[in-house]
Design a protein around this ligand. Structure first.
Ligand code: EPU
Length: 302
């Protein structure tokens, strides 16, 4: 979708929104898949409500993009524009055991920054790509920890009310790869309360997690992490592997030979290829084990 109306363009500029025309979302997602649309980059939280109001008044659909690391975007010319927060220069501010973090901050950098200041707890998240906001929305976790455990407060833009709200940690439910945030809530910032730990000790934990990840996941390849959530008491990767589906492919969309719950873009995979591969694997697992796999990856259809 292209924003052409000069009146809208003037209003965007007045709001300080950085309007980038015809951006290929394949360049903004870790899968390297996705069509083209206009990107609206937001530097000021207080411009979001008027921006969403402007888009609604003009019947322009929109979606919020985080780090694009758990996302499968449709191909072609996309029928909505994309809003993305730009991180401020100082996106992590520490205050005792508290870390005030902008939602657009890189997750890995946040983990290491806090570690260097003797704040731990998030070692397991070290190799998880994406932004802090994205991790928060889906309650990202690995190696026995999840980000929700450390959330003290969240600043969120609620599109339904077109207002910014501050939620305390106990007002949000954090479950396995799921939170009580509404689908159109946009994470703006979070305050994490982290346990004090010497940097050396945290570093050791980080090294162990990195090593485990390197030995079991296809880190150098384009993927969205795990495609499916694990069903209760089982591992989706193990089920897919047991079916012998590693390396199954539709075009360049391929089940990783390293970890069967990672589907990689091995060249020029389209969203259509990837969606077909997801369906085939889901159907196979359903037929063989009677287990209905649920997507972990978020799909943006056109
Ligand atoms: N396994 C296989 N074949 C495979 C993959 C796994 O036999 O192709 C076996 C492993 O050998 C192991 C078991 O399945 O015995 C579990 O595998 P793993 O330790 O890799 O954990 P997982 O359940 O597949 C989960 C998360 C990962 C997270 C790891 C480590 C989900 C869907 N996945 O994977 O998170 O990194 O544990 O904590 O919850 C993600 O969410 O995107 C993600 C990568």
């Amino acid at each position: 979708m292209r924003l052409e109306d000069p009146k809208i363009l003037v209003e965007l500029a007045a709001l300080g929104v950085d309007h980038r025309r015809g951006i290929a979302l394949s360049g903004l997602t870790s899968l390297g898949i996705g069509g083209t649309t206009d990107l609206l980059r937001i530097t000021r939280h207080d411009s979001i409500a008027p921006l969403v109001g402007l888009l609604a008044a003009n019947g322009i659909p929109y979606k919020f993009l985080g780090g694009g690391s758990n996302l499968l975007v449709a191909d072609g010319d996309l029928p909505w524009v994309v809003l993305q927060l730009v991180a401020p220069d100082s996106d992590i501010v520490l205050e005792g055991n508290l870390a005030h973090v902008d939602a657009a901050a890189d997750l890995g950098r946040t983990v290491t920054f806090c570690a260097k200041h003797d704040l731990g707890g998030m070692e397991g998240l070290i190799g998880v790509p994406g932004t802090v906001g994205g991790a928060l929305r889906m309650n990202a976790g690995a190696y026995g920890m999840q980000i929700g455990t450390y959330v003290r407060e969240v600043k969120v833009f609620r599109a339904a009310a077109r207002a910014i709200e501050i939620l305390r940690g106990h007002q949000i439910s954090f479950e396995y790869r799921h939170t009580s945030f509404a689908p159109d809530d946009m994470m703006l910032a979070v305050t994490l309360e982290l346990p004090a730990k010497p940097y050396k000790e945290i570093l050791q934990g980080i090294r162990i997690c990195n090593e485990k990840r390197r030995s079991s996941q296809p880190l150098g390849q384009k993927s969205a992490g795990c495609i499916f959530k694990n069903p209760p008491g089982a591992s989706a990767g193990r089920l897919i592997d047991e079916l012998g589906l590693k390396n199954l492919h539709v075009g360049d969309a391929r089940v990783s030979d390293r970890h069967a719950n990672f589907f990689v873009n091995a060249g020029r995979a389209s969203a259509k290829d990837m969606l077909a591969l997801i369906s085939r694997v889901r159907d196979g697992v359903q037929q063989a084990f009677g287990v209905a796999l649920e997507n972990e990856v978020v799909v943006w259809n056109a």
